[in-house]
Structure formats: C-alpha cells, structure tokens
Design a protein around this ligand. Structure first.
Ligand SMILES: Cc1cc2nc3c(=O)[nH]c(=O)nc-3n(C[C@H](O)[C@H](O)[C@H](O)COP(=O)(O)OP(=O)(O)OC[C@H]3O[C@@H](n4cnc5c(N)ncnc54)[C@H](O)[C@@H]3O)c2cc1C
Length: 585
C-alpha cells in the first residue's frame, strides 16, 4: 500500500503496556529526571488493548521485590497499589478423582510476604503512574510491523484501522503511524507477534532450548462469605491431568466474596485432544473446588499462555536498536508460577541500558549488549538460574519431573547439573493411532470428543459462555487476524493425522471444523502436501471437514500460534482496541 503515513519520533518506544514495559518506562523517566537528561522526543508506550490493563491476565500473586525497587515508598502512594490481600494461609494437594492428599509445600511455591492482586488493576495503576511521569501511553494502538534499517530495529508501525474483511479500505480507513525510535523495547507478553518475527529474523534463539508454553485458563467467582479467606492460597497437582502432562491449578482468595481460580496445562502434552478449558471445567467439579464455588456466581473468564521453558529457552534479549523484556523474552519462573516481578525487573534493566544508549547516542548492539551484563548481575538471573532445569524432566512424566524438581530444591539448584534439553511443544503432539492408514483411506476419526464441554449453568461452563464472560469484542468487518498459511493442511492431513486439535486447544471456540455434506464416492483429490498416500485416496473427493475461524471470539492467548502441529497458524494483531476486557482479572 502506498498510503501517506504519519511519522512520530520517540527517544524510547516500549511495545506493549504490561508490567514489563510500564515498569521500564517509569524507571526510564526516573533516570532521565535523576540525571538531568533532556529528551528530544519523549518516551512512548503502545498497547493494543482499548485501555491499559484490559488484556492483562494473571493469577495473580505478586512478589513485590521489583515493585519495591521501582517505587520504594509504594505503601504511601496515593492511590496505593491495588492489592486485594496479603498471602495468609497456603496449602498444596495432590488430587485424585474425588479425593485429595495434602502435600508439603515446595519452597518455590511458598508465598509468605507476597500480595494477592488483580493484574488488570495493577497494570492500570502502573499506567497512571507512567502518565504522571509524562510518558505517552497510547492505548488502542497495536504495533503491527517492525521498522528496520538493515538489521537494526528503528521502531514500529501501528496497525491500519478500517480495512474490511475483503482487504479493501472502508470509509473510516486510517493508515497506521510509523513510530521511529532510537531504542525500541519489546514487551508484548507471551509469544509476542513481533517478537516472534524479530527472534526469527535475527536468529536470537540460536543455541537455545526451544521456548515451551502452557495455557492458563482462569475464572473469577463471587462466592458466599466464609468459603475462602482473603489471601488464602491453594495449589493442586494431579487430577484431571494425566501422568504425561505438566500442569496444575491455583485457588486464590481475593476479598471475602471473590476467588480467583485457574488451571494451567502445558502445550507440550502429547494428547492431540488436550483441551485446557475442558480440564479446567472438570477440575471445578472436584469436591475441593466445588465446596468453595457452589452457589456462587461466575464473574469473569480469561485465558493466556505462559512461557515456561526457563533460563535456557531465553533468546538473546538484545540487538541493534533494542531489547526484549518480560514474558516476550521468557523471564518467568515456572517453579513459582510467577513472572510479574521478573517482567518488571527486566523492564527496569532495559531502561538503564536505554539511558546509556541515549547518553552515548549509540543504540547499537555494542551498547544494548550491556543489558545482558545487567541481567547476569541481577537477582533476576540468580532466581531463574537456580531453576534452570526445572521444567525439562517433566517431559519424561510427572514423577520424573517431581523427583528432579525436589532434587533441585534440596541442592539449591546445584542438581540436576549441566544444561538439560527440551523438545518443542508442537513436535511432541502424538498422531492419532493409525494416522497413515486413515490419511490414505480418507477416513477421519469419528470417535473424537465434543469440541466444547457441555455446561450445567451452575458450576461448569461451555467455551462460548466463558468467552461471553471475557467481554471479548472485535470489529467483525476486518481481515481475520488468525492467518492460516494453508487450509488444505487442515482439511486433509490434519483431519486424518491429528483430528484437528485446534478445535480442542483453543480456549475460546475460535476454530470449528464443520462437517461437509456427504459427497458421491470417487475422484480422490491430491493432499495439500502432495503425499502419495493421500493421492491414492478414493473414498471421496471433498474434504470431510472444513475450517471455520470465529476470530471475533479470540481472547489473544496465542495458544493456536504455539500448539498447531504444522506451525501454519500465525496470530497477528487485529484492529486496535479489539480483544478481551479483563477488568478485575
Ligand atoms: C493464568 C496465569 C496465572 C499467572 N499467575 C501469576 C502469578 O500468580 N504471579 C506472577 O508473578 N505471575 C503470574 N503469571 C505470569 C504473569 O502474568 C506474566 O509473567 C506477566 O504478566 C508478564 O508481564 P509482561 O509485561 O511481560 O506481559 P503481559 O502482562 O502479557 O503484557 C504484555 C502487553 O503487551 C500488549 N501487546 C502485545 N502485543 C502487542 C503489540 N504488538 N502491540 C501493542 N501491544 C501489544 C498486550 O496487550 C499486553 O497488555 C500468570 C500468568 C497466567 C497466564
């Protein structure tokens, strides 16, 4: 397109208005003030949600360490940080179907001194502090493209508004803006859409373990008083997850009437029918959970992925013109299910590096490399390095994982030694039994589970009802932001090989495989991959199922971009402001 685009200049641009970038922007503003630096163009944050905080989803228990470094007098601030409660009691159970066994609380899961909060509220609060520090926070502006000068990042282009589903400009068309920055810091959260491109183009993950992810599904419930105390923290492992899948749950008492419930399931699970939403709903029927929420009311729903590979999966987080912070880089401690404090700390260290780049008028890798040194010398690395091999043994089953996690704890991270490798999530998905024969015979597996669990309207909710409770909204007349490179693969190979797992792994009912009307026998078209097996098929010429994408349901969790076994789904930013509204989550 050749539209005239406005250009905006920035000294430092933060991409994403989450805790990583907002803490970074605030730290930068503090350093500018403390060192008497005159900025030429200012500090900018772009956020795709209509309001800062609306796309934030977390447990959330905050380790306040980074917050205390950023704003040492936070307790006296007006308004104070939106904490719901101090962590009071803590328990952990191993669940069987209907039963529970109390387990000793592993040290990484101990939360004494931490705060129960809503990440949505905390992010909004940080956003307000950023604005008070004269940082331009532009909500409703997705960064859609990276601006390059050779291999140097020089900013981003925000998304165009007003393009129809047919790709043509509508009457309200407005081209996105080129925001040119001396330093660009990417903090797009888990599986950032630009971060993914950047890492691939610059080969930042060379020599690293692959990043692996889980999907966290969460509901907030209003419950009768007395069911759970504010600050009560319960974690569970076991049922309804099988031995080969990593995951667990959390129950956090917020105020005296609200409880935050979440279920986290890893996307490296071999089962192609793994459905994190279904597991969560099944878990809610366990007497432990039912006893807390029965008679209560579902208030909110959300889902989001979590990068859980750990230290060895973190790509090189610095490059010519910028840095990666927070979940985008993978700074998350999965043994604690905590990333907010690490995201904030990484943003603050990136800000210190950005100041050096501005002062030296040199944003090249020679200066941004200093970010690595700052990370290596900080408590962030100490925390993550100690659990650097935490997640890997779980790929050999729950018991092996639990054994080595325990060993790591008692030896203060000394064992398991060395660097343990990981397999990437999508490669671990198991093909359906007899996949090759099915493909050759054009015979889909008709014994698949229903694509969404049936709700009972009191305890269990189907995906659509839950999506309604996430207040997700997108302009309907726009190009689909879930780009499938080759739908023939979905209609052919995937149907026979994996049974179209997108219908199950998506926690928002975005992907549907519609059964095609019966076609007369004969013909036999060629498979998308041109495989001989499929080409010899004779049963029917039409695909048995066709893909329908309900993109307006998308809660921006990025599960599809990660778990699709052929890696042909790409999540790109939709029109600004679209997506969930996670108020109170
Ligand atoms: C279910 C669940 C439970 C969790 N529990 C805890 C917990 O109890 N404690 C804890 O510490 N951590 C927890 N975490 C992890 C924690 O939420 C993350 O580590 C933290 O939010 C990371 O912060 P971030 O700023 O890097 O990313 P995010 O918080 O994800 O923020 C990224 C922001 O960037 C925006 N964005 C993305 N792409 C673009 C783009 N291209 N253009 C513009 N904007 C963009 C997004 O809309 C979002 O607002 C949990 C996570 C989940 C999913």
């Amino acid at each position: 397109m050749t539209e005239e685009r406005e250009t905006l200049e920035a000294d430092v641009l933060f991409v994403g208005g989450g805790p990583a970038c907002l803490a970074g922007a605030i730290r930068l503003a503090q350093l500018v003030k403390d060192n008497g630096i005159e900025l030429e163009d200012g500090i900018f944050v772009v956020e795709k949600a209509a309001e800062v905080g609306n796309h934030q989803l977390s447990g959330a228990i905050l380790d306040p360490r980074a917050l205390t470094e950023l704003l040492p007098d936070w307790e006296k601030l007006d308004p104070p940080p939106p904490f719901e409660a101090d962590v009071a009691g803590e328990r952990m159970y191993y669940l069987t179907q209907g039963g529970k066994i109390r387990m000793p609380l592993p040290p990484p899961m101990q939360n004494h001194g931490n705060k129960v909060t809503s990440l949505n509220k905390l992010t909004k609060w940080l956003g307000e502090i950023a604005e008070k520090n004269e940082i331009e926070v532009l909500a409703g502006f997705p960064a859609a493209e990276i601006l390059w000068d050779g291999t140097r990042v020089v900013g981003v282009q925000t998304g165009d508004q007003g393009i129809g589903h047919d790709g043509k400009n509508k009457a309200n068309f407005e081209p996105g803006t080129n925001i040119k920055a001396k330093v660009t810091i990417f903090g797009e959260g888990s599986r950032g859409s630009l971060t993914k491109k950047l890492v691939a183009k610059l080969g930042l993950d060379a020599g690293c373990n692959p990043q692996i992810y889980s999907t966290g599904v969460k509901e907030v419930w209003e419950v009768p008083e007395g069911r759970i105390a504010p600050g009560d923290v319960i974690h569970t492992a076991g049922w309804p997850i099988d031995w080969e899948t990593f995951g667990g749950s959390f129950i956090y008492g917020m105020d005296k009437n609200h409880v935050s419930l979440g279920f986290v399931v890893s996307l490296d699970a071999p089962d192609p029918f793994l459905d994190p939403h279904r597991k969560f709903q099944e878990w809610k029927s366990h007497p432990l959970v039912k006893g807390i929420i029965e008679g209560g009311k579902l208030v909110r729903y959300g889902a989001k992925t979590i990068p859980e590979g750990g230290w060895y999966s973190i790509p090189r987080p610095w490059f010519d013109g910028g840095m990666l912070v927070g979940d985008s880089a993978g700074f998350l401690n999965m043994s604690r299910l905590k990333g907010i404090h690490l995201a904030m700390k990484s943003g603050m260290l990136a800000a210190e590096t950005a100041i050096e780049a501005l002062e030296k008028k040199d944003p090249s890798a020679k200066v941004t490399e200093g970010y690595q040194r700052r990370l290596d010398e900080s408590w962030l690395k100490k925390e993550l390095y100690r659990v650097r091999n935490f997640r890997q043994p779980f790929q050999r089953g729950f018991l092996t994982g639990a054994f080595f996690a325990g060993l790591g704890t008692v030896t203060f991270g000394l064992l398991p030694w060395g660097r343990w490798t990981l397999e990437s999530d999508h490669e671990r998905m198991r093909k359906l039994p007899d996949a090759e024969r099915r493909l050759a015979a054009r015979e889909p597996d008709e014994s698949q589970p229903e694509m969404s669990i049936k709700g009972d309207g009191t305890l269990i909710y189907d995906k659509l009802t839950d999506v309604y409770n996430s207040e997700t909204n997108h302009e309907e007349d726009q190009p689909c932001h879930l780009v499938v490179a080759d739908t023939d693969v979905c209609h052919n190979r995937c149907t026979y090989e994996y049974g179209n797992p997108c219908q199950y792994f998506c926690p928002a009912n975005v992907y549907e495989m519609l059964k095609a009307e019966a076609e007369p026998a004969g013909g036999g078209d060629e498979a998308a991959d041109g495989s001989a097996a499929a080409a010899t098929a004779t049963a029917t010429s039409a695909p048995p199922r066709t893909l329908k994408i309900n993109f307006s349901n998308c809660v921006h969790c990025k599960t599809c971009d990660i778990r699709d076994p052929y890696q042909i789904i790409t999540w790109v930013t939709p029109e600004g402001g679209g997506g969930p509204n996670y108020t109170g989550l």
